[in-house]
Design a protein around this ligand. Structure first.
Ligand code: 0A1
Ligand code: ZN
Length: 867
């Protein structure tokens, strides 16, 4: 069903919001009382706002709104007619310095397909207010620097909605004679409207108690449908672990008596940190061995931790305006990365995070949608929940931590929390706290907040054997990005070390170099043998490093470097050099890669989880990122040829690794996860080798699996092939899980990511499947989102992949603009392709921009992608 509110603001004359135009709010709202008569078809919302004029001005009160008409407006208890609507908002002239404003509106949650504001999901009612959803519920100054204490009264049918939750603490509840019941909640912490939440539903809780560092008991509850209760243990354990971790690592204690999490099936993002009432996409809560992969388990713990950590980095200290989004998001991602690193292998976690950064953020920084982590302007803020704000933002915090060292960094975060608790702060406030606590001058470092684009560093070492002197020359350059043609040199913290090429001894111990000039030389004395450079160890700076290291030197580092990330990186570079050459020339010498992989597999001292990461070839997309022009077919052929060769040449080793990784029964532990990972990687190489028994082996794994990791790993191998086992596995999988939406998403996604020639036909067919719907964001992303990152199928030379995705996004935009707009970037990569593909991609973007009734979300993404 169409969402009438979506149509209320047609785009086409884009309204640009600029950071430099920030002015403090004219009116503050220290208190708000909300009264909801909840019903899916028609919910009445009465709001009572205590408003206070912020300074000596004569401007009226302007409350944001989106499509509602007030049923009544009262000022100080008296109904008034002197108000008007402007841009969806409510304008009320007021005389005094403080007033009580009452408004009443009616909204229709079941018609809200945008999933912003109050909406229905699976028969329950829930809210999503970040960034600007609260204005779809009631008239309010919907901006993060207006902090209010909220009282919420809810009334609803008791049979349909037996559970009524909101932020803060429960105050009272009771029954009404007409079959309805009511509940009152009160949140004592002033908060911005984007952190408001309520839930009404038929839910049950998995409960526990957490005792905080000062001895207070907090009642924890994870609320789900009764049938899902058994799948909440992992999330509940992760919540308790996160709470203890934040006390230990950052000294942060939880501050309310209850902490509730609700899982919902229809959600635009991953989860939301509403004060005391987190609302989650159910994929980041529900897990058991039969339905969730190890990746899912890890992601659940990371997202639970992320949202919990926001209680301090986001809620107690929020953002002054949305340009400061990375203040809470970059810092909180950095915090959740640290948490996850502490739960298992820190090395593997770092590799995964960097792989994610390179897959999502580097292309963004190199394309038409590039923006600094603190943007200067936006049309639709929902489009700025990006890998740049989140993941590059986290890398920027990580660099500060690296430059300051652990003690001074902790002193800096303590000072930040102390100085800005209870306020709406800026990125500048964070950096200034770091400087004040450490004495380190971060003036030039601040460029990381204002300059977009990924810096490129070149590094080369010249060695003079006679004098024993080695000279390292470093230089940096940041490519132009839209609106920023000239870049200044940044501060790049580069951890580096020199090894002896013959002896493998350390010639120069690890040091942290702060490269802050366009170029610099560092001289090492007493270097008696030819040095091999290990640089950007631990990925200490989020940059691209170009070196003149030979294949032999990279192979050497892949075997000897004592920094696990650098070791992985050397292998990646060796593979990339080989693949790029092969994609360009149609062939390359595979021997160095094969030998290096053999050496890694033979190294018994290595953690299997780490081995599994190191022996994986870079993705098609990342190979393309290294090339002046992306040729998806050539890349695919080069990668398949290398996979086949590695599979065949090391067949015995893959089978040995595969057999060694068998486990008696499922266990979720870092060691068991590592073995499962290596097992499926080995299976992939056995299949790539073309071995006659590969499909049988995969099908055997599929059938025997007592967990989703093994089952999905086998399915992923089978779906790219052409065996009878492929059809059988897809059928079995579908029938077994046809009533489990999260697992069906995996079924759709596996087929969308397939390397088969007919993937587009299969995906188009699946888009008409009775279980496919664009109305559920997880399902839309599983099929359309996954297909658009399938480099070969999406970039089919005739443009059919582009057309299919554009058709789907145009349809999705009518329901859910936020989710549709997030899937525009693959079409915006046209500059990286040949003229024919570029024209086809542009054609689809132009068609999208010309669509009548297009949302401003889509308009911003598509029009900027064309520029
Ligand atoms: N603050 C959340 C992300 C989030 C943003 C917007 C949303 O609107 C649909 C939902 C969630 C986080 O960082 O987890
Ligand atoms: Zn967040």
């Amino acid at each position: 069903m169409l969402d009438v509110q979506a149509i209320a603001h047609p785009p086409l004359s884009p309204h640009v919001i600029r950071r430099e135009d920030y002015t403090p709010p004219d009116w503050q709202v220290p208190e708000i009382a909300l009264d909801f008569a909840l019903d899916a078809a028609a919910t009445s919302v009465r709001a009572t706002l205590n408003v206070v004029r912020s300074s000596a001005h004569d401007r009226p009160l302007v409350l944001d709104g989106a499509g509602q008409t007030p049923l009544s407006v009262k000022v100080d208890g008296v109904a008034v007619n002197d108000w008007w609507l402007k841009d969806g908002g409510l304008v009320i002239p007021l005389r005094g310095s403080a007033h009580v404003i009452e408004t009443e509106v009616e909204i229709a949650p079941e018609r809200n397909t945008q999933l912003m504001g109050l909406y229905a999901s699976g028969g329950n009612l829930c809210t999503q207010c970040e960034a600007e959803g609260f204005r779809r519920i009631t008239f309010f100054p919907d901006r993060p620097d207006v902090l209010s204490v909220y009282k919420v009264h809810m009334v609803a049918d008791k049979a349909r909605y037996p559970v009524l939750l909101a932020n803060g603490d429960p105050i009272a509840q009771g029954d009404l004679p007409d079959g309805r019941h009511w509940a009152d909640w009160h949140d004592p912490f002033p908060k911005p409207s984007y952190l408001f939440a309520l839930v009404a539903g038929d839910l049950v809780a998995n409960r526990a108690t957490f005792t905080t560092m000062s001895g207070r008991d907090v009642a924890l509850g994870i609320w789900v449908r009764a049938a899902d209760l058994a799948k909440t243990e992992h999330a509940l354990a992760a919540l308790q672990t996160s709470m203890a971790w934040d006390e230990r690592v950052y000294g942060r204690e939880y501050d309310l008596d209850v902490f509730n999490i609700v899982a919902v099936d229809d959600f635009n993002f991953g989860a939301m940190e509403n004060k005391g009432l987190n609302i989650f996409n159910s994929r980041y809560i529900l897990a058991d061995a039969d339905t969730a992969t190890d990746y899912d388990f890890d992601a659940i713990a990371a997202v639970v931790a992320h949202e919990y950590f926001h209680n301090w980095s986001g809620n107690r200290i929020t953002c002054r305006d949305w340009f400061q989004l990375s203040l809470k998001e970059g810092f909180t991602v950095f915090r959740d990365q640290g948490f996850s690193a502490d739960q298992g292998s820190a090395a593997v976690k770092r590799i995964e995070d960097v792989r994610g950064l390179r897959a999502a953020q580097f292309p963004e920084d190199a394309g038409p949608l590039a923006h600094p982590i603190r943007p200067d302007e936006y049309q639709e803020i929902s489009n700025f929940y990006t890998a740049t704000i989140y993941n590059k933002g986290a890398e920027v915090i990580r660099m500060i931590a690296t430059i300051l060292g652990p003690q001074r960094f902790r002193a800096g975060t303590d000072l930040y929390f102390e100085r800005f608790d209870g306020t709406a702060a800026t990125c500048e406030d964070f950096v200034a706290s770091m400087e004040a606590a450490s004495g380190v001058d971060l003036s030039q470092f601040r460029l990381w907040y204002s300059q977009a684009g990924t810096p490129r560093v070149t590094a080369s070492v010249a060695h003079d054997a006679g004098s024993g002197r080695a000279t390292l020359t470093l230089s940096q350059r940041t490519p132009p990005t839209p609106g920023q043609l000239d870049k200044q040199p940044m501060v790049l913290p580069l951890k580096l070390k020199l090894f002896g090429a013959e002896t493998a001894q350390t010639l120069a111990a690890e040091q942290l170099v702060l490269l802050d000039q366009p170029s610099e030389q560092i001289v090492f004395e007493g270097i008696s043998e030819r040095p091999v450079l290990s640089i950007n160890r631990g990925f200490s700076a989020p940059v691209v490093v170009e070196t003149d290291r030979s294949a032999a030197d990279l192979a050497f580092l892949s075997a000897h470097d004592d920094d696990p990330f650098a070791r992985y990186e050397a292998m990646q570079q060796l593979m990339l050099d080989t693949l790029v050459e092969s994609a360009a020339n149609g062939t390359a010498d595979h021997r160095a890669v094969i030998a290096a992989i053999a050496g890694t597999l033979d190294d018994a001292a290595l953690d299997p989880a780490f081995v599994a990461e190191v022996v994986l070839l870079p993705s098609d997309a990342f190979i393309g990122d290294q090339m002046a022009r992306v040729d998806p077919e050539a890349i695919f052929r080069a990668r398949e040829a290398l996979r086949r060769d590695v599979g065949r040449s090391l067949d015995t080793r893959w089978r040995a690794a595969y057999d060694a990784a068998q486990a008696d029964s499922f266990e979720y532990s870092p060691a068991a996860k590592g073995l499962r990972r290596l097992k499926t990687v080995a299976l992939g190489y056995i299949a790539a080798s073309g071995a006659a028994d590969a499909a049988g082996l995969a099908f055997g794994q599929f059938e025997a699996a007592d967990n989703m990791t093994d089952r999905q790993g086998a399915l992923a191998t089978l779906v790219s092939g052409d065996s009878p086992e492929r059809i059988a596995a897809l059928d079995i999988f579908y029938n077994r899980y046809s009533d489990n939406a999260l697992v069906l998403d995996k079924w759709f996604q596996a087929q969308a990511l397939s390397a088969r020639d007919d993937t587009l036909e299969i995906v188009a067919e699946l888009s008409r499947h009775r279980d496919f719907t664009l109305a559920n964001p997880n399902r839309a992303r599983a099929l359309i989102g996954a297909f658009s990152v399938n480099q070969r199928a999406f970039n089919a030379a005739d443009g059919a992949g582009y057309r299919f995705v554009a058709d789907q996004l145009i349809a999705l935009d009518r329901l859910n603009p936020q989710t549709a707009a997030k899937m525009i970037p693959p079409l915006g990569r046209w500059r990286r392709f040949d003229a024919a593909r570029a024209a086809l991609m542009r054609g689809e973007l132009e068609r999208i921009v010309a669509t009548p009734g297009l949302s401003k979300d889509m308009f911003e993404q598509a029009s900027k992608s064309l520029a």
